[in-house]
Design a protein around this ligand. Structure first.
Ligand code: OMP
Length: 263
């Protein structure tokens, strides 16, 4: 099954676009977990268990695992293997390089790990992206307009009356199959969200920034929100720092599950 079909099925089955972000910052995990690769693995597995009835997708951010080197990657692998098969997976690795190197990044994410999708930084241009899109059954989310303040530094610069992020969204659609092409669009960027949606009305948007980053879902939904995957990480993962963390994560995930309902 193509990744996009898996995504649609997963969202339709649960009637939600909620994606739970697995960002296990060991500084924030409850003290019962050791500050180690094993500790973040055990925490993440408990979070998945507590949220799997509400998550149509899981996004695993590689940073929190790479921190621990080879043991961290082993933890990532074990966590990935414990995600139920019918839930869409996103490797949040923000990869890309010259073509020759990109192909190894792409194979690592898709052949070794078997993720359904990956986040990719488009700034090195078409040849840096092709290796990812050669996996025609997978989905690729290009950074469009990111949620952070640094989006102003490059992505909102004007070139011939267009923001750089607009050019990324327009050009990449000319290069790649629409079904495989998604864009990361930050929930904190309301005006830019509107523009991005006009430029890509039918592409999936991966939307981070709700919760800890203060993105306003009510404002966002005034525009054409779907198709989208809405990610929440810290607000669910660290809903409690105490022994009841799993119970609180479950409740928080249910709230977002309802908020992000499709129909
Ligand atoms: P919370 O702010 O804790 O919900 O986490 C947001 C998650 O989305 C983190 O894993 C970020 O790395 C990621 N993210 C952004 O916050 N902003 C972006 O513009 C892009 C991403 C991403 O690609 O997922």
């Amino acid at each position: 099954m193509k990744a996009i079909e898996k995504l649609r099925k997963s969202q339709e089955r649960l009637n939600t676009s909620l994606c739970v972000g697995i960002d296990p910052d060991f500084n924030k995990t409850p003290s019962i977990f050791p500050k180690s690769a094993k500790g973040i693995e055990e925490f993440s597995l408990k979070i998945i268990d507590a949220t799997k009835d509400f998550a149509s997708a899981y996004k695993i951010n590689f940073a929190f695992f790479e921190y621990f080197g080879s043991k961290g990657l082993e933890a990532l692998e074990n966590i990935f293997n414990n995600i139920p098969d019918n839930i869409f997976t996103i490797a949040d690795a923000k990869r890309s390089d010259i073509g020759n190197s990109s192909q190894f990044y792409a194979k690592a994410i898709f052949n070794h790990f078997n993720f359904d999708s990956v986040t990719v930084n488009p700034l090195m241009g078409k040849d840096s992206l092709v290796s990812f899109f050669e996996f025609t059954d997978k989905m690729i989310f290009l950074l469009g307009i990111t949620s952070n303040s640094g989006a102003d530094d490059f992505l909102k610069l004007y070139f011939n009356d267009k923001h750089l992020f607009e050019i990324i969204i327009e050009k990449s659609q000319l290069w790649f199959e629409q079904d495989n092409l998604g864009f990361v669009v930050g929930a904190t960027q309301i005006n830019e969200f509107k523009t991005a949606r006009q430029l890509a009305p039918n592409n999936y948007f991966l939307i981070p920034g709700i919760g800890s980053q203060g993105g306003d879902f009510n404002k966002l939904k005034e525009y054409k929100l779907n198709p989208s995957i809405i990610n929440v990480s810290r607000d669910i993962l660290f809903a409690s720092s105490q022994i009841d963390f799993a119970e609180k994560a479950n409740k928080k995930a249910q709230e977002y599950f309802n908020l992000f309902s499709l129909f």
